[in-house]
Structure formats: structure tokens, C-alpha cells
Design a binder for this molecule. Structure first.
Ligand SMILES: [Zn+2]
Length: 432
């Protein structure tokens, strides 16, 4: 079975080789905890690299593999034969937390196994199980010509795959689809509840401009055992197509998931492109700004509840504001200082003669620039939002409020912004 498959595969490889696309045949061995890769490089590539220094410890090469290992790369031994194979031991990666096994499912950091040519040539991949059959896989890459397109974003951007005992539920959010992958959640009712939780948070975020910014989004829901809260950890990763990863305590009642802000926060991150980490107040600020507002728009919170939570966030940020926002060291300062900037931008836009809102500006930004495969600086991002809105609101906030020594919104000024006193805030919370 395997042998026959290799003959067919060699023909495919020869075809791929002719047009400089490298085709990876990836075999996922969930029971053994291994990933094996067969491929042939195109003429200009002779070595493979990976975004993680420790990955060389997990990979096995041999004379037959046609690869030799150096400190940080794998080199083709026989250059007249561009084909190679290697196998990665996930149990070794697991010790470094680059792979995680939960029941019979695997969650694997792609920097632990995915060695790629050090050239810009396109790489496509097909995934199979040990018998050569199609495999259930949650991956962040886009499917093109029947295979995953692996290298559209810079190699050091991170991502994960999940396979083994997983369920993948395509979940509609308007016209967009979130591919929710649940790892080792045994109860069918719990799986339905969790999918519904992700879907309702996605629909809340879609209230920003009437659609979720991206489609075919990988969403991972990973149980990590008993914890003090329903969603103790979550993050966005952006290698390939942006993806959202939730790490949960599966034993907690679903009401606690709906009451948590994490899902609307994380899913709001897909409204913006990747922004340089030193200016994370801009990315975290946008997610923090919308996390409660979209809950109010979706009817999950009243306007007054959302406003109370939002201003409590501002106060937490204000307490940690010991320097200008652009050099914020404290997480709460960065998150809530950034949220204050977007709130001020939204107010200014709505007061301006153009009568736009932040929703509309972000809608246009998404249409023009998302998904984005490049890293944005704060200056580029704010300049672009200015161009879209045909104002100077964003660059002015960057130059003044984000660089000034005081927190962007003073506590004494908050009451005047409250939805009971300010129709603009009431409009923001009401979704107008
Ligand atoms: Zn965040």
C-alpha cells in the first residue's frame, strides 16, 4: 500500500519539480507520535530551515534520507537527487512543550517539524495517515490546488496543527467560516456547546462591520485540565492564515465561557494585521476596545454593563501608566491605553464632518489589506487609517496621546463619555 503510493507520489513530485513548486507529502502517525515528510526540492534550494533552534533535536535523518544535519539546517547530501525524507519524534518535542498530546490527539507547533527550503519557492503539502488515507487535520494554511500552501508568511511566524482524535466543525459567521477544531472533548453536548460559544463570539465581532474580517479561519479549542477559569489562555498565531487558539478547562459550565471576555477579545484581533510587538498597545488596544462593545451589540451585555467593564479596564490601565503609552512595559497599561486611543479615534471620527465611525474605517482597511502577510509598524498602520478616513485623527493620536506622558483619558473626563450622557458612546455601544 505504502510502496504503491510512493510510486504515484514520485510522479506528482516530478510534475511539481518541473514548475519549481515543492510538494511535501506529510504522513501523520498519531499513534506513534511521529510526523514524516517526503519531498523533492527544486533546483535552487539545497538546504532546509525551521524557525526554532531546538527542532534539530527532534528530527531523525539517515543515509537513506539524503539529508545531513548541521546545527540549524538540514542539507541535501546527493545534489543530483533532490529528493529527501525525514521523520520527527513528537514525544521529544513534547518535552520542550512544542508538541502537546491530549488523549489521542496531538497539538503541534509547526516550528518543531516543518523544515522548509531557504528560498522563496512555493511549497504545497498533502497530509495522509500511515495507510495513505486522507487525515483529519486542523491547519492554518490556505488550500490551493488541493494542497496546503505552506510558506506565504515569514518563516519565523508561528502556527500549530492538530490531528488524531479531533472534531472539526465549520461554523458559519455570516458569509465567513470559522473551522472550529476540538481536541479530545468526549461529550457530544460539550462539543456542541463549545462550538456555539465560538460561533456566538464570532457573530458578536461581526457586528463591527457586518461581517467577520476573514474566512476559513482555524480555531483550536484545546482542553488543558482543571483551571481556575474557563479560558485561562488564548492567543492568535499568524503563520499562513491568522488563527485563534483557545486553551480551556472543559469541566466548567458553558455559562462561564459565555461570561468570559476572552473569545470576543481574541476573535477581534483578526480585525487588524500583525503589528510590531513593541507597539502591541495598538493590537491589544483594538481587541480590548471591542471585547465588551461587541458583547453589548450582540445583547450579551447591556450598554451600562459594557460601559462599566470598559471603564474598569481603563482604570486598571491608568493605574499602571507610569510612562508614555508607546513605551508601556505593563500589560494593563498597553492593553487599556491602546483601547483608550481607539475610543478617542471613534469619538473623533463620529464628530468629524465625514461622519464615519471606526467600524467603517476598519471595514475599508480589511477590504484593502486583510489578510496581510507583512509586519506593520505603528506609523504605517496609523498613516493607512488616516488615508482611509481622509483625516489626520490616527497619526495625531499616535503623535500626541500615545507619546504623551499621561494616560489618554483622564478619570475625571469619563462621566462625560458615559452612554447615559453622551449619545456618541450610546451609538458606539448600540452598534450604530
Ligand atoms: Zn490580545
Amino acid at each position: 500500500m505504502r510502496r504503491l503510493q510512493i510510486v504515484t507520489f514520485s510522479l506528482l513530485l516530478a510534475a511539481a519539480y518541473a514548475n519549481s513548486t515543492t510538494l511535501y507529502q506529510v504522513t501523520l502517525l498519531a499513534d506513534e507520535g511521529k510526523i514524516s515528510v517526503d519531498a523533492c526540492l527544486s533546483a535552487d534550494a539545497t538546504k532546509l530551515v525551521v524557525g526554532n533552534k531546538r527542532a534539530s533535536r527532534y528530527v531523525a535523518t539517515s543515509v537513506e534520507s539524503n539529508l545531513v544535519q548541521t546545527r540549524s539546517s538540514l542539507h541535501i547530501v546527493n545534489k543530483t537527487n533532490p529528493c529527501f525524507n525525514y521523520t520527527v519524534d513528537l514525544h521529544k518535542a513534547r518535552k520542550d512543550r512544542f508538541a502537546y498530546q491530549v488523549g489521542k490527539s496531538w497539538l503541534v507547533n509547526n516550528h518543531s517539524w516543518l523544515w522548509l527550503p531557504d528560498t522563496n519557492q512555493p511549497v504545497h503539502a498533502n497530509f495522509r495517515d500511515e495507510n495513505g488515507n486522507p487525515v483529519k487535520l486542523s491547519a492554518p494554511w490556505r488550500i490551493k490546488n488541493g494542497g496546503y500552501h505552506l510558506n506565504e508568511t515569514p518563516i519565523h511566524w508561528t502556527s500549530r496543527i492538530a490531528f488524531g482524535d479531533i472534531e472539526i466543525v465549520p461554523t458559519n459567521v455570516g458569509e465567513s467560516v470559522l473551522n472550529v477544531a476540538l481536541l479530545n472533548i468526549q461529550q457530544a453536548q460539550k462539543r456542541r456547546e463549545l462550538v456555539n460559544w465560538v460561533g456566538s463570539a464570532g457573530r458578536a465581532v461581526a457586528s463591527v462591520y457586518g461581517r467577520y474580517p476573514l474566512t476559513d479561519v482555524q480555531v483550536l479549542v484545546v482542553p488543558i485540565g482543571k483551571r481556575k477559569e474557563a479560558v485561562p489562555w488564548a492567543e492568535v498565531q499568524r503563520n499562513g492564515h491568522p488563527a485563534v487558539h483557545f486553551f480551556i478547562d472543559p469541566n466548567r459550565p458553558i455559562e462561564q465561557f459565555h461570561a468570559d471576555w476572552t473569545a470576543t477579545h481574541e476573535l477581534s484581533h483578526l480585525l487588524h494585521p500583525r503589528i510590531e510587538y513593541q507597539d502591541r498597545w495598538l493590537s491589544e488596544g483594538l481587541a480590548s476596545y471591542y471585547q465588551y462593545i461587541v458583547q453589548a451589540r450582540a445583547g450579551m451585555l447591556t450598554n451600562q454593563q459594557a460601559w462599566k467593564k470598559f471603564t474598569a479596564g481603563l482604570e486598571r490601565g491608568r493605574k499602571k501608566a507610569d510612562r508614555p503609552l508607546r513605551s508601556a512595559k505593563q500589560t494593563r497599561h498597553a492593553y487599556w491605553g491602546g483601547a483608550a486611543i481607539y475610543f478617542l479615534a471613534d469619538i473623533e471620527l463620529r464628530k468629524s464632518s465625514t461622519g464615519q465611525s471606526l467600524n467603517e474605517v476598519l471595514d475599508k482597511f480589511a477590504a484593502l489589506h486583510l489578510p496581510s502577510n507583512k509586519l506593520w509598524s505603528a506609523e504605517q498602520y496609523m498613516q493607512t487609517l488616516d488615508e482611509i478616513s481622509q483625516t489626520k485623527i490616527f497619526t495625531t493620536l499616535l503623535a500626541k496621546e500615545a507619546t504623551g506622558s499621561t494616560f489618554p483619558i483622564r478619570r475625571a473626563d469619563e462621566p462625560a463619555f458615559s452612554p447615559s450622557q453622551n449619545t456618541i458612546t450610546a451609538d458606539i455601544l448600540g452598534g450604530n
